[in-house]
Design a protein around this ligand. Structure first.
Ligand SMILES: [Zn+2]
Length: 288
């Protein structure tokens, strides 16, 4: 990846970032500045997490919707192949992402808002013919790029830097209800011997507390989500996920949150709530 830092040229913060509630729950969480997250590569504009970037064994990017091949309403780096976009445009966008990351293989899932987790292990790896029905992947294979597709849901990257074990997780509110983040941490411990206090995690751009309205929360959320309601019917799903990662044994200082709401920033990311018929953006992570 050729990276050129961009300092506020054209991409500005339109709305204040919604950190206050997150930090009131967990003051030790890392909340990088917008200018530290934003990168402009040769062929794509993306976000990278500063603490994860310090780890030499990891390549990662949350791709914005900019600089792709798709036409409105999917403009332009759409990777969703089931949203009505032309498949040749989706393929061109996937190729761009693969080249930008420098991956040998780019793998993604048939995401279901469930809690199935795919483990891709060295020595036992066969490239799936079809995207597996799952919402998280864990691997120890270098050169294999794991990609999550989203439009308001969270993409959560989890890394054990010492052992070289990586997970990429798709987590919407149904994922929170099923504690998919906690399940992934548990599986990283069981399958690879990871130690949760050494894990690093990053929660990317997704629906923020400003826009995460759930009028039927009494029916769909367990009572334990109550403390994360920040005003009538609005929930801080970033804090909720952080709470689940911490409950799984992670440390606050090892968790980064982009704090960028996809619905407020549909100029940069796809938002299902904000746009309805729209594309999907990609969170990609790969061990080197
Ligand atoms: Zn918002």
């Amino acid at each position: 990846m050729v990276r050129i830092r961009m300092h506020g040229q054209g991409l500005h913060i339109k709305s204040p970032r919604a950190f206050p509630s997150l930090l009131s729950f967990f003051p030790g969480i890392l909340t990088p500045a917008f200018s530290d997250l934003l990168w402009v590569g040769e062929n794509a504009t993306y976000f990278r997490f500063p603490a994860l970037s310090l780890r030499g064994r990891l390549e990662h990017a949350v791709f914005t919707r900019l600089a792709g091949a798709s036409d409105p309403p999917y403009q332009s780096l759409n990777i969703g192949d089931k949203v009505g976009d032309r498949l040749e445009n989706v393929s061109a966008n996937l190729l761009r992402i693969k080249e930008e990351i420098g991956a040998e293989h780019l793998v993604f899932m048939n995401q279901r808002h469930g809690h199935e987790i795919v483990v891709l292990r060295q020595g036992r790896f066969i490239l799936p013919k079809e995207p597996p029905p799952a919402d998280a992947m864990i691997t120890d294979i270098p050169g294999l790029a794991l990609m999550v597709k989203q439009a308001d849901c969270q993409g959560i990257i989890i890394l054990e830097p010492g052992k070289g074990v990586l997970a990429n997780v798709h987590c919407g509110w149904r994922g929170n209800v099923q504690d998919i983040a906690g399940r992934v941490v548990a599986l990283m411990k069981r399958e690879f011997g990871c130690i949760s206090s050494r894990l690093m995690a990053a929660i990317g751009p997704s629906l923020g507390p400003c826009c995460a309205q759930f009028v039927s929360h009494k029916e769909i959320f367990p009572e334990s989500f109550g403390p994360f309601m920040v005003r009538e019917n609005y929930f801080d799903l970033w804090a909720l996920t952080c709470g689940q990662l911490l409950a799984a044994g992670m440390r606050e200082e090892n968790i980064e949150v982009a704090g960028i709401c996809t619905r407020c920033r549909s100029d940069l990311f796809y938002s299902y709530r904000g746009e309805g018929r729209t594309g999907r953006f990609g969170t990609v992570a790969m061990l080197r």
